[in-house]
Design a protein around this ligand. Structure first.
Ligand code: DON
Length: 564
């Protein structure tokens, strides 16, 4: 017994020493004591933090950050798009809001097909037909009304001031603007502010956007969805060949939804419900991998990559068949998330060879276009946390820019399944569940997520990346939980992705061990290191043991953590 006790003590010390050494050598991100905002641009993180400093809560800061991203990060930040936000209040109350775009009233199932029933190239991605009815302005006003604490003027004023003053161009932004010139020219009849050869350190001012935002000061969300702005915007879209009307704007409404909540080891994960596939897919994958000892297997080793890949393959196959807008279709959520079902899904997993996606189901394969969205995480000084992901879908959305109002419009219609089995720009296929219908919301992969441990807030995390969003969020959580990484290390670590179809593991190039890749290939896995130079741009906040906050801001973008 004594011997047993001694052994136990030694084992305990060894484990904890190992952990302590690990923690000492961890490379940490920005650490603050009370509150933090992490987003794609320093300007937006600062404006959000300033709102917190003024005594505002995470929800006030969410409104400010979301709109500041619309000004400072036009690549993806928006008032012409939509998003999702998951929250956990300091008292443990959970919730989420869906401000996803909707298909216009005159949308139809076959609107992107030609007479022979084939998908018309680019129609759902470029120009006015690609636009879904935007939800962002309705989203921030709903959040403010239900959960905010500061007057809306206090929140909007710094954002409007930023739009008038202008935003400094970063190197990455310079490259992006250059890259998309031909698209801007193709889609827009007149030249737009981004047609100039903007260089790093130039300042771009956005007076038209500032004036549009000023309308919200006086008219609230109706300043966007009714009256002058709705009239100008509907006319502009129609003149450019689109079908959105003033009625579409007037009818837009957000949805408060119950988040998807599930357990993984001693963690409670809170994520977005349909019409985002994020929460369901994340839950399925995590439930499928839970029985395996990933900690023992090691980070990005053959076994870990294999187990995660096989779970992802099965979850994405389900995503494609079962998921869509819950207001239009019946989703068998209870079954999809049940222990019995996910266990059954993994039953045919074999350690010594890759499962073939064609044996799980079938579909076509297409090359993936580059893409953008943006995520931000906020924890306030009161202990409230939010996790929000917002998007125009592709980079600069439909590329159609309304100069009079000062913003880009989304190309979210491409997230519908234009034709069953034909992949969209992220290479994901869909079926009837995600077919187009008037006023329906298109299926998303956005996965704003909050994690609790032992009943306490642990993390707020999320990312852009189209279909790779879910798997990037997954890996970030696992990096912290299974592999003892700091928040910043978890964000920095190389990422991989499998989405059922195409049947390949995409990896960030030159970051994975060559022998591991060889061994995966020997098991029958196809590895693609070409098409995804970057997988996700994760931003997150981790609550440390002493209750201070660590930001993980992704080096893959201009992302920045700011706080106090
Ligand atoms: O909702 C979705 O899943 C997509 N519209 C997200 C697009 C995206 O993440 C592009 N960014 N990298």
């Amino acid at each position: 017994m004594k011997k047993f006790l001694a052994c136990t003590i030694i084992a305990f010390l060894l484990v904890n020493c190992k952990k302590a050494v690990k923690e000492d050598t961890q490379q940490r991100g920005v650490i603050t004591k009370s509150a933090m905002v992490v987003s794609a641009r320093e300007e937006a993180s600062k404006i959000g933090t300033d709102i917190l400093k003024k005594g505002g809560n995470a929800f006030d800061a969410m409104v400010a950050t979301e709109l500041a991203l619309a000004v400072s990060f036009p690549f993806a930040g928006n008032i012409g798009g939509g998003g999702f936000m998951v929250y956990r209040k300091a008292n443990g109350e959970l919730g989420s809001i869906d401000y996803r775009e909707k298909a216009p009233l005159s949308a139809s199932k076959d609107m992107f097909l030609d007479e022979s029933g084939n998908v018309i190239p680019n129609k759902s991605t470029l120009g006015a037909m690609a636009i879904g009815v935007p939800g962002t302005v309705a989203g921030v006003f709903a959040v403010h009304e239900k959960l905010g604490s500061l007057p809306i003027e206090t929140i909007l004023e710094p954002v409007i001031a930023l739009a008038y003053k202008g935003v400094v161009v970063t190197k990455k932004q310079e490259e992006r603007i250059q890259y998309y010139q031909s698209y801007f020219n193709k889609v827009n009849k007149d030249s737009i502010v981004f047609n100039k050869p903007w260089k790093e350190n130039d300042t771009i001012k956005y007076p038209a956007l500032a004036r549009t935002l000023e309308r919200l000061l006086t008219h609230g969300k109706d300043g966007f969805y009714k009256g002058e702005v709705a009239r100008v915007l509907a006319k502009f879209i129609q003149e450019n060949g689109g079908i959105i009307t003033e009625e579409d704007f007037a009818k837009y409404e957000v949805k408060w939804r119950n988040p998807i909540v599930f357990e993984y080891d001693d963690l409670k994960i809170i994520s977005m419900a349909p019409p985002s596939s994020g929460g369901v897919c994340l839950a399925q994958i995590m439930k499928m991998i839970e029985p395996f000892d990933l900690h023992e297997f090691g980070h990005n080793t053959l076994k870990t990559i294999q187990v995660i890949t096989e779970a992802e393959r099965r979850a994405y196959a389900d995503r494609s068949y079962y998921l869509g807008d819950p207001d239009f279709i019946k989703i068998p959520l209870d079954t999809l998330l049940s222990h019995t079902y996910v266990t059954k899904r993994m039953r045919d997993f074999e350690e010594n060879k890759a499962t073939r996606s064609s044996d799980v189901s079938h579909g076509n394969i297409q090359i993936i276009e580059s893409d953008e969205t943006t995520h931000y995480s906020i924890i306030d000084q009161f202990g409230n946390a939010i996790s929000a992901t917002t998007t125009l879908n592709g980079a600069y959305g439909s590329k159609l820019y309304c100069s009079e109002l000062g913003f880009f419009l989304n190309n979210e219609m491409d997230d519908f399944s234009s034709k069953p089995g034909v992949p969209n720009m992220f290479g994901v296929t869909g079926g009837e569940a995600n077919s187009i219908a008037p006023e329906k919301r298109m299926l998303s992969s956005m996965t704003p997520t909050i994690v609790e441990k032992n009943g306490k807030l642990l993390m707020s995390v999320g990312t852009p990346g189209g279909s790779t969003i879910i798997t990037s969020v997954l890996q970030t959580i696992l990096n912290v939980h299974e592999f003892n990484m700091s928040m910043q290390e978890a964000v920095n670590a190389p990422r991989f992705h499998h989405q059922w179809l195409p049947d390949e593991i995409r990896m960030e190039p030159n970051l994975f061990n060559a022998t591991t890749i060889k061994n995966l290939q020997n098991l029958g896995y196809s590895i693609n290191e070409k098409d995804s130079p970057v997988i996700g741009k994760v931003d997150g906040i981790l609550v440390l043991k002493d209750k201070s906050l660590e930001g993980g801001a992704d080096y893959r973008g201009d992302d920045t953590a700011v706080g106090f």
